[in-house]
Write a protein of this length. Structure first.
Length: 377
């Protein structure tokens, strides 16, 4: 089911505005608070939805919406993933164009009229995200931030630093799982303290041995894990951290005007990866509690990680495609904090100049030391 968000004033399409954090009509300038819109949706004859913020009969509005909106059945224990043969053809309610999407797409824009659309049947029941961090950086702000980032590259080619070859910038909600986990660790170690002292003509080394025992019980809250097969895991990890003060309960209008993806891997499929990550945290914490010793040798160590809960969450990412010397370079920007990750091209000439500068500097230092030492003699 294709959902458009129509302006009650002029009938134009509305989209989520990152700067105001509200649903906005670019035609007449009307803005609506998304959190206040929950339960106030009104079905129109063409299958789109409009909003009236002054509507008093909220129950009637909910009924009108729910009767026209067929939800997929809830699952009792696990989340669904889409099957490869699932129907992926939708029709834009504005122009009638066919919207061909990947099975994981949950929000997109019409290629013909550019209207933002949400595929509601892929976001209902247990397929609906639990949380979302909305965009706080607009497309224009993302473009300017990327240009400034390009200019800071000390070893990048000069013509890359102009940042005038941006092919496209796409706002994408990437699926993540936010895990709450409990980590329990137990360790036994043999530690030593070594002391060296002189007594008369003799130098003595004294070694004391200690048996050290540690047991910890730690809770880790909202550890993120990228659940999209398309996105590079290393790149998504580097976009962290996200500020969870901006975490909101999921509401479909946040996706209007952006592209959104459904997860490829459910929370159980990614659990081994996140357990390995948190296991390292527990191990590092145990090690941090054993200090003041000359040597530490672990005799036994056991770490157990248990999942407490996992929330399906959408994180905002600006994907930047940069066309440079007949090659596409992909960069990602945190749509909330503005952090940018990616590998820019390097200038061979600048690298050679940098190394020659270091070599020259090292030679001058060595020459100066030689002269000083020679003069001291």
């Amino acid at each position: 089911m294709v959902i458009h968000y129509k302006c009650p004033n002029c009938g134009a399409d509305m989209a989520y505005n990152a700067e105001s954090g509200m649903l906005r009509c670019d035609s007449c300038g009307r803005t609506d608070n998304i959190e206040q819109m929950a339960g106030e949706k009104h079905s129109t004859s063409d299958g789109t939805y409009s909003y009236d913020m002054d509507e008093k009969d909220e129950e009637a509005a909910r009924s009108a919406f729910d009767n026209d909106y067929e939800e997929l059945p809830d699952e009792s224990e696990s989340h669904n993933t889409f099957e490869g043969d699932e129907a992926v053809e939708y029709h834009c309610k504005n122009c009638g164009a066919v919207l061909i999407t990947d099975p994981q797409t949950t929000a997109t824009t019409c290629s013909f009229c550019q209207a933002g659309v949400v595929l509601g049947d892929r976001l209902s029941g247990s397929l609906a995200p639990d949380k979302v961090i909305p965009f706080t950086i607009s497309k224009s702000q993302a473009q300017e931030a990327f240009k400034k980032w390009c200019r800071k590259g000390l070893l990048t080619p000069s013509d890359f630093m102009t940042a005038d070859r941006i092919k496209n910038i796409t706002g994408l909600y990437v699926p993540f799982w936010l895990y709450d986990l409990n980590g329990r660790g137990e360790a036994e170690a043999t530690c030593t303290r070594v002391r060296t002292y002189t007594l008369g003509d003799w130098i003595y080394t004294e070694t004391k041995y200690y048996h050290v025992y540690r047991k910890v019980d730690l809770n880790y809250i909202r550890i993120p894990c990228d659940a999209s097969q398309k996105m590079d895991d290393n790149m998504m990890d580097k976009l962290e951290p996200y500020e969870y003060s901006g975490l909101k309960d999921f509401n479909m209008p946040y996706l209007a005007g952006y592209i959104a993806e459904k997860y490829d891997f459910d929370d159980n499929a990614l659990l081994p990866r996140i357990k390995s990550r948190v296991s390292d945290y527990v191990d590092a914490y145990i090690r941090s509690t054993i200090t003041g010793y000359s040597t530490v040798s672990f005799n036994r160590k056991s770490i157990d990680i248990r999942k407490l809960r996992a929330d399906y969450t959408l994180f905002p990412v600006w994907m930047v495609c940069y066309d440079y010397r007949k090659a596409e370079h992909i960069f990602a920007m945190n749509g909330q904090t503005g952090k940018i990750v990616g590998k820019p091209p390097l200038s061979a000439a600048k690298i050679m100049l940098w190394f020659s500068g270091i070599s020259s500097g090292a030679f001058l230092v060595m020459r100066l030391l030689t002269l000083l030492l020679g003069g001291a003699r």
